[in-house]
Design a protein around this ligand. Structure first.
Ligand SMILES: Cc1cc2nc3c(=O)[nH]c(=O)nc-3n(C[C@H](O)[C@H](O)[C@H](O)COP(=O)(O)OP(=O)(O)OC[C@H]3O[C@@H](n4cnc5c(N)ncnc54)[C@H](O)[C@@H]3O)c2cc1C
Length: 477
């Protein structure tokens, strides 16, 4: 029982059987008082706490720790109550994004929520780290649409927005809630979606024409109408259902348009005719079907019940890193990237356009600061199939080389990163620096100037640093 619960929630199998300590206890609470009791008892007995919602933390921080610890696994904390009259919903943290989208769609096909793409990701981690997705250009991040939350604090109290105060409420919406407490539930404002949306995916080889298209895309994608999300995935992967194998390097132009195909075709003809989008490339569907479309693998017409599957259907060993970009990457650098991708199997470079609603929200509004001025976000993602150190090191070394190569072309001073694509290599373990100064290095990459406000809030609400992990916000020392 213990092992099956522990392992079923480890969405990056890289950490299964790793040398890290195992939790002394795994608590699967059904009631908030059990979480309160776990926090209080753990504090009294000098144990650390790890909180797990969907278990997708890239570095396994929701279930790994190097001192004695307890995991609070929110698998039983996942009720979703939609209030259609007020267009709001209370969602418990252990629900997955798929469960959330499914339950909203059950009440209304013209409402949705702007959160992440993968249905097995947990609401707890996704919302508290920001939450980027196909509707962010229209409605912002998941965190931008949260209107209330319930948190168990370091003293075991349950606090809602009014009781926790605006500072702490600000911090947990993008600053990583694991530094501040255990979020039991979030209240969100639902957003309206049209009855018909349109999706398309166009594959282009990364030859000269492909590179020129990606180059052109970079200077227009953040300025498309807010209804249009057109991302690029440069990859060397061919998918057969849920299984993937190595293939030639290609660019996928993968898009969701919040409207019918005639409108999309007109927008594309006007703004990006070079892509040559044709009517037959476009698929109209309901917004909830587009959720299935975007996470690949599913066939059209498949039951929406697959959204309730809590395991990533593409689950595999992986390492990822991220960047934000403010100027188009030159074609020569795209060429260098393509060459590197052609040398390693199972690699994805996901390039998500920003702009739109994100540009309208000031960078201090929430801890996530990567707004106006940023054209797009890059996620470098490498997978492997065997659980071997040799294979892991080979892929990680390859990724570091690609990351170094990209440095001149991405956001500098600091080189930025997205908290939800957690990366322990960006500034931890710098010898000779205090833990606060070490944290400031990765903290400013994730949060820029908002890091100091997060640390100030941490000093006020958890001065003894009970809620800590290797990459949590420290109190100001
Ligand atoms: C396949 C895949 C696809 C993804 N797609 C997207 C995407 O489209 N958009 C996007 O923005 N991100 C995406 N992500 C990243 C994802 O948002 C983050 O990994 C997120 O942190 C995962 O949340 P979780 O609840 O599943 O993970 P967990 O491992 O459970 O938690 C992640 C972190 O949040 C903390 N935490 C979780 N729940 C709580 C809580 N209730 N209270 C306090 N702290 C908590 C954990 O302790 C941990 O530090 C993807 C990840 C994967 C693996």
């Amino acid at each position: 029982m213990y092992s099956s619960i522990l392992e079923s929630g480890e969405q990056n199998p890289r950490w299964v059987n790793s040398t890290s300590l195992k939790p002394l206890f795994i608590i699967t609470p059904k009631f908030a008082w059990e979480i309160q009791a776990t926090v209080t008892c753990s504090k009294e007995h000098g144990l650390r706490v790890r909180v797990r919602s969907g278990g997708h933390d890239y570095e396994g921080l929701s279930y790994r720790c190097d001192v004695d610890f307890v995991v609070i696994d929110l698998i039983n904390f996942r009720s979703i109550n939609v209030d259609m009259e007020k267009e709001t919903a209370w969602i418990e943290s252990g629900a997955t994004l798929g469960e959330m989208y499914y339950n909203i769609a059950k009440e209304s096909r013209v409402h949705g929520y702007p959160a992440g793409l993968c249905q097995s990701v947990g609401v707890g981690g996704d919302f508290s780290g920001g939450g980027i997705g196909t509707m962010m250009r229209k409605y912002g991040l998941a965190a931008d649409n949260i209107i209330d939350a319930e948190l168990v604090d370091v003293n075991g109290r349950i606090l809602d927005r009014e009781e926790m105060g605006e500072d702490l409420f600000w911090a947990i919406r993008g600053g990583g809630a694991s530094s501040f407490g255990v979020i039991t539930a979030w209240k969100v404002k639902l957003v309206q979606v049209p009855p018909r949306v349109t999706a398309f995916t166009i594959h282009k080889k990364m030859d000269q024409e492909g590179k020129e298209l990606v180059f052109r895309w970079q200077s227009i994608a953040d300025r498309f109408p807010q209804e249009l999300f057109l991302r690029v995935i440069v990859q060397n992967v061919v998918a057969h259902g849920y299984s993937v194998e190595a293939g030639p390097v290609e660019a996928l132009f993968n898009s969701l348009f919040l409207g019918p195909k005639e409108e999309l075709l007109a927008v594309m003809k006007e703004s990006f005719p070079e892509l040559g989008l044709q009517e037959q490339d476009c698929e109209e569907m309901s917004w909830i079907e587009s959720v299935l479309y975007f996470y690949g693998g599913y066939k059209r017409g498949e039951s929406l019940d697959v959204l309730l599957n809590r395991t990533d259907p593409f689950k595999g060993y992986f390492k990822a890193k991220s960047d934000f970009v403010q100027k188009p990457i030159p074609i020569t650098a795209l060429e260098g990237m393509t060459q590197r991708l052609s040398k390693k199997a199972l690699v994805y470079v996901n390039i998500d356009p920003l702009g739109g609603r994100l540009d309208e929200i000031p960078e201090t509004e929430l801890p996530f600061p990567h707004r106006k001025g940023n054209l797009f976000n890059i996620q470098y993602f490498v997978k492997w199939k065997e659980n071997s150190d040799m294979e892991a090191n080979d892929r990680i070394d390859w990724m570091k080389e690609l990351y170094d190569f990209m440095e001149p072309y991405v956001c500098q001073s600091p080189r930025s990163a997205y908290l939800n694509y957690r990366d322990l290599d960006i500034g931890n373990n710098l010898p000779g620096k205090s833990s606060y100064l070490q944290a400031k290095i990765w903290g400013e990459k994730y949060f820029k100037g908002n890091f100091e406000r997060l640390a100030t809030i941490k000093s006020r609400v958890d001065a003894e640093n009970f809620f800590q992990n290797v990459q949590s916000i420290p109190p100001i020392s």
